[in-house]
Each structure stands twice: as structure tokens, then as C-alpha cells.
Design a protein. Structure first.
Lengths: 441, 358
């Protein structure tokens, strides 16, 4: 994979600057540690790290295939063969779980800084791979790389404050936000800040747009679709959802439910704790539900759609060449087919062409009866079952209507990961299939 | 809340009052001497505390809260109370017509004072109550603390209040416009302007008739817009060549760019036929591409896949690709008609218009 020397000489300048930047950043960090915090030992470690980055920078600047720092071919091949939608989704869920469970460890500044540097170095080493660099350095995708780091940073800040507050609350002290609740005025304090931010961000975007112009594609045509055809980055999670659902459900119902659910939140939330300060321990259910919906069901799907979906919307490993001829058999079967044909060994119930309308409806209902039963059990029978089991306490506090709204929103949200899992494990396409009405679930 | 970090609006107002309150307080204190004459001061509670209270709230707002702190309405009542004698004194000099107003005044002044005497409301000084109190004594116009002190000083000037009192007299003059209506009654039938009204019933009817006629014409024009004289589109019926040009198993992709159709010589349910597939994915309408090596149509948007016969087998597409009508025309060429389409899930592929037998 070191094949292309032209590519390497192109990317050498960038990588040299990139590693030099890492070196300078860590040098400053070590200096601050030493002068302001007096942590000489740690400062020494980070100085050594900065020196290593300096060496990588000079190696990268050489531009020679044997010297440019890169991940070994074996590692890249292994990553490519291992990665797939199943591993990616399960891996992100597992990663988020680990980060959540051991959050009091990960919020330590030194741990976070180490992880941040590890991610940056890993990215720098991967960048020497042409396929990886082609996708990550595409002007469209640069902001998404930035988004990943920004999101990680802000999640870290909020989690850190929540962890500190939780520890204080456990000791019986008030949360940090209550100690310093000095209020400032909207005008001028807030409005001035916003004005300055607006000017600064506009200037930044202007410079960015000039330095890294968005690439133009071929003229639009109704009979020619670019391959792969990608939505704007913020809709890539939606596009990924559409792989598993009918357009009306993934494109209309689920996004509306996201908005409706966010609007309903204040009315569903009976937990008065955590008002005005960060806390995880006091609002575990709310926190976990939101972070699962946002980080796992939205952000990771955006990253998946941006970096790992290639031509024909096939899944490609991060170091894999995006060939439109990749063969990936996804022979999907509807539930009615599975039930009637595979399990009962009968043909699908099918109405005669000249059958009256009521007989056609009856046939469709009969054909879809397994799916309708599954759907009914899921949406109608499951909430009461949950109410007397794991959501017993919430049901008592919320009352019937609020509980039912909450439970149904929750189940509809979970329908996405469930459907994804069913697609991977059983090759299930749709649970209910009524193509006569363009209605599928 | 207990510390004084945050100032409420009321306290800000109190502080503002403190700034210009020196004079006001002095004036109020001086007034206190003649106060017993006014009806407001006759109220039982505030009398003893008032002279001190009037000076204090302007000074330190908080600590005085417990003590005798007059409400805004109290202060206003006081200000009014000691202005009243002056005003009434000047009034007789003015016209007798102003009298009812003057008579109403003491009542108005007494009204805000009464609840104060009642007790609990005494310490309220939020903006709403200031406004309410100011509105209560409507006559003197804008009653603000800034204006309050000059007033007693202006007492000796009788001309100004008199002028102010004279103002309301203009208002009763207005009804004298009544003769206009009477004139109109006289002119009935002669006015040119009422011609249309007489002719059609009412102006409203004219307006709505015009509106509905315009809307109707606009709708008709809009409907016409959908049937243009010239269509800049390729014809919906077109010839694709002789049957011999489509050997068995071939998917002809050269008509995609212009017509959006694949002409396929393939097998469907054990029957070799030539059919025209519409190049629109049944999931969300992208154009799939024909992958010769894998013998399938594959959509680049969400990965839907279709067999050569158009049947969906992978990805999210819920139903097979659609067919266009195809037939053998009189000159022996195949002719595709995009005006009609056939859907497999509705059983329409059995229609002989949807294929040509090989």
C-alpha cells in the first residue's frame, strides 16, 4: 500500500506540518505543566513526546516511501477485514458504554489529553494511507473531522462538570454552579459576546472557504446519480436510517418523532433534580436516553455515512479502496416471505387479479398477519409489560398518559437499532410489507 | 436571595427615587404639616409614620421595609392631596363646567389611598403598582416623582391648572358633528357615490364579486399553464430499434441518458421477453446503475439492488422496478411508451402491453 510515491510526496508537506504542530502543542503543554503547576515529572514525559513528534515530522517531510511514518500494512489490512456495519455499530456502543461507566477516570485532564494525542497521532499515521487521506482530506469532510474532535471535547467538558458535581452532591455539598451564581445582563454582556463571536466566525469561515473551496461536481441530471450519492453531512444519519426503513418511516415519521419527542420532554420529565447544574447521577435515565439517541443513533451514523460508506452505499473499511465493483450480497427477505414460504412452506397468499376489493384487503391482511402481530405486540403489548416490570417506578410517578407517551417514543426510537440488528442477523427487510399502498415498516 | 447582590426592579426604582428624592422628601415633609386636611391623610395607619417614612424609602430601601414605608399610591395621594386645595381654589375661578371633574378628583385621590389604609398593600412598589397608582389619578397627566416636587412650588400659578382643566371642555364639542349624518339623510338618492351601492346592494357585494371573479380567472389561467402549447421534452413514445438489436440476456443502457429507460431482453417467470424498465429506484427515486459483472441494478443512494428482471432483492427498496409499455410497431421496430407504467406488485406485469415476446 506504499505504492504511490506521488501521493506520498504530496502529503509529506502536510504531515510534516501536522506532526510539527503536535510537537509544538505538547511542548507548550509541558512548559505550562512545569511552570504553572510544578509537575516536573509529567512535564518531562510530555517533552519527550514532543521530541518524538518532532522526529516524526522530519521523517514525514522526507517524503520517501520508506521513511514517512505510517501504520503497518498488516494493521491496515486487519482493520479493513474486521470493519463492517455490525462491528462498527456494536463497537461504538461498547466504546460509549466504557466511557460512561469509567467516566470518573476519563474526565481526568491528563487522561483526556493522552487520549486526544493518541487520536491525533493515529490520524496522522493513517493519513499516509492514500485511501484514508482521500476521504478524510476531502474538503467536504474536513469539517466532519473537526466536528468529531469538537464533540468529544464538549462532551468531555460537560461530563467532567457532572462528575465533579456528583461527587460534591454525594458529600452533601452544593454543586459548583450554585457556588458562583452571579448573573450577568443579556445586554450588553451576552449580546456583545455574540456579536464578537459572529464577526470572528464569519471571518474564519470566509478564510476557510477561500483556502479549502468546496469541490464542484458534475451538472445535476435526473437520470444520472453520482456514485456514491451522499446527503449533506448533517443528514447522513438520516440517510443511514433510510437503508433500513421505508422512506415514509425513516424520512418522515422518525424525524418528526425526534422533534416531537424533544418538545414533549419537559412534560414527560418528572425529575426535578439537575435543574441549573450538570449532573449524571441524579438524572441517569434522562442522560442515558439522550446520549444514546444523540451520540449512538445520530453522530456515529453521520461518521459511518461520511467515512465508511462508499460506492453503491457499500461499507468500506477506513483503508479500503472505494471500488464501485465491490460485491456484497445483501439478500434481504420480508417477514411475510420468511413466515409463509420459509417456515410454513406455503406460497404467499395472493389475491386473484379480478378479485373484489374486500377480498384483496383480506388477502393483504392475511399475508401481513405475522408482521402486524409482531408490531402490535411491540407497540401495544410491550408498554404495559414494561410498566409492571422495569419501568414500574416511572409508571407510578408519571401516570398513565405520560407513561404511554414516553414508552411509545422510547420504543419507536429503539426500533432503529432493533431493525438494524434484525437486518444484520436475519437479513430481514421489512416486518410489514404492503407495497400496494407503499406502506412498509 | 437574602443578600443584596441582586436588585429587583422595585429596588432599582427605589434607588432611582433616592437620587432625586432629596427635594421630594423635603417637599413631602413640608407637606406633612398641612396633610391632615386632605382626605388621604385622614386614613388611620400611615399618619404617624409618614413624615419619617416619606424621607426614608428614598434613602435606604431595604431596612425600612419593616417600618412605616408609604406605598407609591400613598405618595401620589399625598402629592395630590396637598395639590388639591390649590386646584380647588383655582377651580372656582375657572368655568363652572370644570367642576364635575374637580368633584371627581378627590374621589379618585381617595380611592388609591383607601386600600393603603387597609394595610397589606402598603409596601408594594413594583412598576405595576406605580403605573396603576399613576393611572388612578388620571387628571394631572404624567405623575412621576420628578414632577412631584415642582408642583407644590407651582401652586401659586393658577393659570396653568386652569388651562389644563379647560382642556376637557373641548371634548363635549365633538358631538356637534352629528348634523353630518342628518345631511346625509337629506341627500339620499342624490349622492353620486351611492350609485353603485344602490345598483348592487352594497359595497361589500361589489368587493366580493370582484374578488371572486379575479380569483376564478386566475385559477383558469393557472390551469391553462399546465397545458403548454409546446413541450420541450423528448416524446413519451419512441422507437428503440429492431428486436435483433437486443440479444438474449442483454441490458441496453444507451437510452438511460435521454429517456430514462433500460431495454432488457431477459427472463421473467420462465418466459423470455423484452421489456423496458424505468430507471427510478422504488425506494427514493435515485437512478441505479447496471453492474454487468454482477448482473444486477444497484442504487448508489441506499444500496438497493434489483435483479435483471427488476425484482428487488437487497437493500431497502420495497418493490420491483416499474416497466413501461412496449410493443412492436408497424415497421417492425420496438416502441416504448412512457405514458403507461406497470407495477409487478399489482400484478400488472402479466399485461401483454408490458413486454414483447421473443
Amino acid at each position: 500500500m506504499h505504492a504511490d510515491p506521488f501521493f506520498l510526496s504530496d502529503v509529506a508537506g502536510f504531515l510534516g506540518g501536522y506532526f510539527a504542530f503536535l510537537a509544538v502543542m505538547n511542548g507548550i503543554f509541558a512548559l505550562v505543566l512545569w511552570r504553572s503547576y510544578g509537575q516536573t515529572g509529567r512535564a518531562l514525559v510530555w517533552t519527550v513526546f514532543a521530541g518524538a513528534m518532532m522526529i516524526l515530522s522530519s521523517l514525514a517531510l522526507s517524503g520517501s516511501p520508506s521513511l514517512v511514518p505510517a501504520l503497518p500494512d498488516g494493521v491496515r489490512g486487519l482493520v479493513n477485514t474486521l470493519s463492517g456495519p455490525v462491528l462498527y455499530s456494536l463497537g461504538t456502543v461498547a466504546l460509549c458504554t466504557v466511557l460512561f461507566v469509567f467516566r470518573s477516570f476519563f474526565v481526568r485532564p491528563m487522561v483526556a489529553w493522552t487520549l486526544f494525542n493518541a487520536a491525533l497521532v493515529l490520524m496522522g499515521l493513517s493519513m499516509a494511507d492514500q485511501n484514508f487521506a482521500l476521504i478524510v482530506m476531502k474538503p467536504d469532510n474536513v469539517p466532519i473531522v473537526g466536528l468529531v474532535f469538537l464533540l468529544a471535547f464538549f462532551t468531555w467538558v460537560a461530563t467532567k462538570q457532572a462528575v465533579v458535581n456528583d461527587e460534591r452532591i454525594a458529600r452533601g455539598e452544593p454543586p459548583m454552579e450554585k457556588l458562583d451564581d452571579e448573573k450577568v445582563l443579556v445586554w450588553p454582556d451576552l449580546v456583545y459576546t455574540e456579536l464578537i463571536c459572529m464577526v470572528a466566525v464569519s471571518a474564519f469561515l470566509l478564510v476557510w472557504a477561500i483556502c479549502l473551496p468546496a469541490p464542484l461536481e458534475e451538472p445535476a441530471s435526473s437520470v444520472k446519480t453520482p456514485n456514491p450519492s451522499k446527503a449533506p453531512w448533517y443528514f447522513l444519519g438520516l440517510q443511514e436510517m433510510l437503508v433500513y426503513f421505508d422512506p415514509w418511516y425513516a424520512g418522515v415519521v422518525l424525524p418528526s418523532l425526534v422533534i416531537f419527542g424533544l418538545m414533549a420532554m419537559p412534560y414527560l420529565d418528572f425529575n426535578k433534580a439537575g435543574n441549573g447544574y450538570y449532573s449524571i447521577a441524579e438524572r441517569k435515565f434522562a442522560y442515558l436516553t439522550f446520549q444514546f439517541g444523540f451520540l449512538v443513533l445520530w453522530i456515529t451514523l453521520i461518521i459511518l455515512g461520511t467515512f465508511l460508506r462508499g460506492p453503491n452505499w457499500n461499507f468500506f473499511g477506513p483503508f479500503e479502496y472505494w471500488t464501485p465493483y465491490k460485491v456484497e450480497v445483501l439478500n434481504n427477505v420480508d417477514l411475510n416471505q420468511m413466515f409463509w414460504v420459509n417456515w410454513l412452506d406455503m406460497p404467499l397468499p395472493r389475491a386473484a387479479v379480478d378479485a373484489p376489493w374486500y377480498s384483496r384487503i383480506a388477502t393483504v391482511l392475511l399475508r401481513e398477519s405475522p408482521g402486524l402481530v409482531v408490531l402490535g405486540l411491540y407497540l401495544v403489548a410491550l408498554p404495559p409489560v414494561l410498566a409492571v416490570t422495569i419501568f414500574r417506578g416511572m409508571f407510578v410517578k408519571m401516570g398513565f398518559i405520560r407513561y404511554m407517551v414516553m414508552a411509545n417514543l422510547m420504543l419507536l426510537m429503539l426500533s432503529l437499532p432493533l431493525k438494524m440488528a434484525l437486518r444484520w442477523t436475519m437479513n430481514l427487510k421489512y416486518i410489514v410489507t404492503i407495497p400496494e399502498l407503499s406502506l412498509n415498516f | 436571595m437574602a443578600d443584596k447582590k441582586k436588585m429587583s426592579v422595585a429596588e432599582i426604582l427605589a434607588a432611582a427615587r433616592a437620587a432625586d428624592g432629596g427635594a421630594a422628601a423635603g417637599a413631602a415633609k413640608a407637606d406633612a404639616g398641612e396633610e391632615p386636611a386632605s382626605p388621604a391623610a385622614a386614613s388611620p395607619k400611615p399618619v404617624p409614620g409618614k413624615p419619617a417614612g416619606a424621607a426614608k424609602p428614598t434613602g435606604e430601601a431595604k431596612p425600612a421595609a419593616g417600618g412605616a414605608r408609604p406605598s407609591v399610591s400613598d405618595i401620589l395621594a399625598m402629592a395630590r392631596g396637598n395639590k388639591e386645595p390649590g386646584a380647588t381654589a383655582t377651580k372656582p375661578a375657572a368655568e363652572p363646567k370644570a367642576k364635575p371633574a374637580a368633584a371627581a378628583k378627590p374621589a379618585a385621590a381617595a380611592k388609591p389611598a383607601a386600600p393603603v389604609a387597609g394595610g397589606t398593600k402598603g409596601v408594594e412598589r413594583d412598576t405595576a403598582s406605580i403605573l396603576a397608582a399613576a393611572r388612578g389619578g388620571a387628571k394631572p397627566g404624567p405623575v412621576s416623582k420628578a414632577e412631584a416636587p415642582p408642583r407644590p412650588a407651582a401652586k401659586p400659578k393658577p393659570a396653568e391648572p386652569a388651562a389644563a382643566k379647560a382642556l376637557p371642555r373641548v371634548v363635549p364639542l365633538k358631538p356637534t358633528r352629528a348634523p353630518l349624518a342628518a345631511k346625509k339623510q337629506d341627500a339620499e338618492g342624490e349622492d353620486r357615490r351611492s350609485f353603485l351601492q344602490i345598483a348592487t346592494g352594497s359595497f361589500l357585494a361589489v368587493g366580493f364579486t370582484a374578488l371572486s371573479v379575479t380569483t376564478g380567472l386566475f385559477t383558469l389561467g393557472l390551469a391553462r399553464f399546465f397545458f403548454p402549447n409546446v413541450l420541450a421534452e423528448p416524446p413519451s413514445k419512441f422507437k428503440v430499434g429492431f428486436r435483433e438489436g437486443f440479444p438474449a440476456g442483454k441490458v441496453e443502457t444507451k437510452f438511460v441518458a435521454q429517456y430514462g429507460v433500460w431495454v432488457v431482453n431477459g427472463e421473467f417467470q420462465g418466459q423470455q421477453q423484452i421489456y423496458a424498465l424505468k430507471t427510478v429506484c422504488t425506494h427514493l427515486g435515485c437512478t441505479p446503475s447496471w453492474l454487468e459483472a454482477e448482473q444486477k441494478f444497484k442504487c448508489p443512494c441506499h444500496g438497493s439492488g434489483f435483479y435483471k428482471d427488476g425484482i428487488n432483492f437487497e437493500g431497502p427498496a420495497p418493490r420491483p422496478l416499474e416497466r413501461y409499455a412496449i410493443r412492436l410497431s408497424d415497421d417492425g421496430q420496438l416502441e416504448v411508451d412512457k405514458g403507461r407504467s406497470f407495477q409487478e406488485e399489482l400484478g400488472q406485469w402479466a399485461d401483454p402491453a408490458s413486454y414483447v415476446n421473443v
